[in-house]
Design a protein around this ligand. Structure first.
Ligand code: RM4
Ligand code: MN
Ligand code: MN
Length: 437
């Protein structure tokens, strides 16, 4: 069994506290001034801060390595070489942001030799495990059947069987890691007209997923992720939310749809997709990221912050609606960090997501409702814009401070010298392939 590495250098809680002490009085002033503005509108800033402080989002294990494009990858010398080192980096993000206590594992990319040892290692770092991700979109060394022509939807039953068994194994590992969900994304589809029979392939994928579902523990969920294209360039078997909905409806109550923000064709009204799935009781969770063109896996909120806000507007609206039952979508990040330091970009991402959430909490819902009922288009839109236009930075920084996280995460991280320390500790024997490429 592989040796469990030492955690090495860690940013201390005291280091964060000392940095916070230097800027806290400035934060207090900004917070008070925003609080006054909000109270004139009948909003209690402390309540908003409390809600933001309760928000958390899972980090995907693959996002801690340097990402890439299909043309290349430019890793730094200190990228984590294994899941243990990834967890140490995840702990740094959580220490800085206070909002990422869980990691979502990709199997086999981060398959543990010993799940019990990994669970303990993670617990010592204050990290636990979120949804497990299976991978039948690549062939692995020693694998009997190839996924070149599909996995759960493959024409040959032995290939489907292998893919089903892989998912069962992922559930088993997840149970040992105390995870409670499985996310399934498949690359199945066709690149040329005629390659795949549309109705039959959907039937096969649904039947395979039923077999996976049958092994799901009672307290687990399965998230079915859709994607319109890539790696298949003509047709994808689970191409959109409608197809994901039909599948999850057939599977049963433990199945929900997973909305990866990058998995929509340009100009799709994603916030409306979200509201439709809420209405159908099938919004399982999210993969947050942003894009200009399609599945670019850029940092959340970097390109379309208004869209992110409008998505959170639907989520807050649903959470406040007593008619929406058992509303608890799973929040996960799914990004590729090609250029920025993954720890920095993840911290920035968490901040952006919380920003969208905080702004959505500021929407005057009673007024919005009246304007909608009266068809006052201008004021309805202006009500959303009024919330979006606030600079909620003091709320987010205060939420972090209250949890002992950093008021200014990036500054604290850079001052800590973490990267330089890890450069020394993690001599890269070979350039690893550990991000999305
Ligand atoms: C896919 C999809 C999956 C992710 C892989 C790496 O496009 O978003 O969620 O696991 O990429
Ligand atoms: Mn995804
Ligand atoms: Mn994707």
């Amino acid at each position: 069994m592989a040796k469990i590495p030492e955690a090495g250098f860690k940013i201390g809680k005291d280091f964060v506290k000392e940095a916070n002490d230097r800027v806290y009085s400035d934060l207090q002033k900004d917070y008070r001034s925003l609080g006054e503005q909000l109270s004139r509108r009948g909003i209690n800033i402390d309540k908003v801060t409390e809600d933001v402080a309760k928000f958390s989002v899972a980090i995907p294990s693959w996002a801690l390595g340097t990402g890439g494009t299909r043309f290349g990858r430019f890793p730094n010398d200190s990228e984590p070489r294994n899941i243990y080192e990834k967890l140490v980096d995840a702990r740094a993000v959580h220490l800085l942001t206070g909002a990422t206590p869980t990691v979502s594992l990709h199997i086999p990319w981060d398959k543990p030799d010993d799940p019990n040892a990994l669970l303990k290692y993670a617990a010592d770092l204050g990290i636990s495990f979120d949804a497990m991700n299976s991978n039948t979109f690549q062939d692995q060394p020693g694998q009997k059947h190839s996924y070149k022509f599909g996995s759960l939807s493959h024409t040959k039953s032995e290939v489907r069987r292998q893919a089903i068994e892989h998912n069962w194994e992922v559930i088993d590992i997840g149970v040992r890691l105390k995870s409670r969900a499985l996310t399934v994304w498949i690359g199945d589809g066709g690149s040329f007209p005629g390659q795949v029979h549309f109705r039959r392939s959907l039937r096969r994928v649904t039947d395979s997923l039923r077999e996976i579902y049958s092994r799901l523990p009672d307290d687990w969920q399965i998230f079915v992720e859709y994607k319109p294209y890539e790696p298949a360039f003509y047709s994808t078997v689970i191409q959109d939310w409608g197809t994901a909905y039909v599948i999850t409806a057939e599977l049963g109550p433990k199945a929900g749809c997973l909305v990866d923000l990058g998995h929509h064709l340009p100009n799709t009204n994603v916030e409306m997709v979200v509201s439709r799935l809420i209405g159908l009781g099938k919004l399982g969770g999210f993969h947050f990221n942003d894009n200009k063109y399609s599945d670019d896996d850029l940092a959340s909120g970097s390109i379309k912050p208004y869209q992110l806000f409008l998505i959170f507007n639907e989520l807050v609206d649903a959470a406040l609606d007593p008619k929406v039952k058992n509303f608890k979508p799973a929040y996960m990040i799914d990004q590729s960090h090609n250029l920025k330091d993954p720890i920095e970009e993840l911290s920035q991402t968490v901040d952006e997501i919380q920003r969208a959430y905080a702004k959505a909490l500021l929407v005057d819902r009673a007024k919005l409702n009246d304007y909608q009922e009266e068809n006052d288009v201008l004021y309805a839109e202006a009500t959303l814009k009024a919330a979006f236009n606030y600079d909620v930075s003091p709320i987010i920084a205060m939420a972090r401070y209250k949890k002992g996280a950093a008021i200014d995460p990036i500054k604290v991280y850079r001052e800590s010298g973490y990267r330089a320390q890890k450069d020394k500790e993690r001599k890269q024997e070979k350039k690893l392939h550990s991000g999305i490429v």
